[in-house]
Design a protein around this ligand. Structure first.
Ligand code: AMP
Ligand code: MG
Length: 364
């Protein structure tokens, strides 16, 4: 691991412990908007969570289980689960299945595990629904821009064109019978950065459920699953990050039970060149970062894999088309925050949001 990566890791780990309440579950009881009857604490409500922080997928992962039966072994198993997922779907890990698929592009199909196959299949379904604005074949552009990593700068236009020419998702061939994936053009590369964290959150959820746990916060760098209810049966308060502030400063909270809350935001990974901010979600049509006035998009629904794909999808679609898209998606709510501090929300999301920051106002 590079020196500056180590420093980043140490800092993020420190920050995540200190600031998690703001971008994740709002655990400060003084900020809890419970009714007065909630204040008669039952024995259940005093359950202290057992938590652990991991660093994987370039992300700080924090899992808190609210159950006295939770022990170290559970966290070891969660860590193994995360490593297993990374070992399958990472674009950069040479031993991963996706790495093999990418390195065999234009040469031969590669057989992958059913999990990887289904995830690529799901990513492709979003590509089809968005006419390629959400695009898992975007690997070359992601590598070229290198956003969020050392030395990121605006690439030369001809390199952008060359990477764009290798990002046609129609050339991802899936064989359902053999679980083989074939990239038809040499040099193509799949990138699952838009969906992988949600997939991992669902996998942790399923593991916890199988262990008979029913109350937990699974947080993968802002990709949150609030499992079940808070001890005592109350709703979780999940902070929605203020895109213009340090992590831990919410614009408000939403109250949920057993839902995933996933945000794609310009503050997650970006660099600034000549005073202009370049964020990490790319427009496959132009080859440049999307620059459509959105600061962040949050999606609330039941499955984190979908929420993760959707938050990226809505970001690339923009506010108007994004709101239309989400109205056609059942049991799913969304909140767009614009750079002008305007909020655009589905009706269901408005009901869930307890806005605490007056500089943000609803535009719809
Ligand atoms: P997220 O933070 O979930 O919105 O995902 C952003 C990540 O998805 C980026 O860091 C890239 O790895 C990848 N990505 C960037 N642009 C796109 C796109 N248009 N479609 C699909 N994935 C993308
Ligand atoms: Mg996403």
């Amino acid at each position: 691991m590079k020196h500056n990566k180590l420093i980043t890791l140490a800092l993020t780990l420190l920050l995540s412990t200190a600031l998690l309440a703001g971008c994740g579950e709002n655990s400060d009881p003084s900020k809890d908007s419970g009714t007065s009857s909630d204040k008669t604490a039952s024995a259940h409500e005093t359950v202290k969570p057992m938590g652990e922080t991991f660093f994987i997928f370039d992300t700080v992962v924090n899992v808190k289980i609210y159950d006295d039966r939770a022990n170290r072994e559970h966290f070891n198993e969660i860590e193994a689960l995360l490593n297993d997922i990374d070992g399958k779907i990472s674009r950069t890990l040479e031993s991963s299945e996706i790495y093999q698929v990418n390195s065999q592009s234009g040469k031969s199909p590669v057989k992958v595990s059913p999990e990887t196959f289904e995830l690529v299949e799901k990513a492709l379904s979003y590509a089809k629904r968005t006419d390629g604005k959400f695009n898992p074949a975007i690997g070359n552009l992601v590598t070229l821009w290198n956003i969020g990593h050392e030395g990121a700068k605006v690439p030369d236009a001809d390199l952008i064109e060359a990477a764009k020419a290798l990002s046609d998702y129609h050339l991802i061939e899936l064989n359902k019978d053999t679980h083989e994936i074939y990239l038809q053009k040499e040099g193509m590369a799949i990138d699952l950065g838009s969906i992988g964290k949600g997939y991992a959150a669902d996998a942790i959820y399923e593991y916890l459920e199988a262990q008979d746990f029913s109350s937990a916060i699974i947080d993968l760098g802002g990709n949150i699953y609030a499992m079940g209810n808070k001890p005592g049966g109350k709703l979780w308060n999940i902070g929605i990050q203020d895109p213009d502030k340090e992590r831990g400063n919410p614009i408000g909270t939403i109250q949920v039970a057993d839902k995933t809350i996933v945000t794609s935001g310009i503050y997650e990974r970006f660099f600034i060149e000549d005073g202009k901010l370049y964020q990490h979600i790319l427009d496959p049509g132009t080859g440049y970062p999307v620059d459509n006035g959105i600061s962040s998009v949050t999606v609330v629904t039941k499955h984190s894999t979908d929420a993760d794909a959707l938050s990226t999808t809505l970001f690339v679609l923009g506010i108007e088309d994004g709101l239309k898209f989400i109205e056609d998606t059942p049991d799913t709510e969304a909140l767009f925050i614009s750079k002008e501090k305007k909020l655009y929300a589905t009706s269901g999301l408005k009901e869930l949001l307890n806005k605490t920051n007056d500089s943000y106002t609803f535009a719809n």
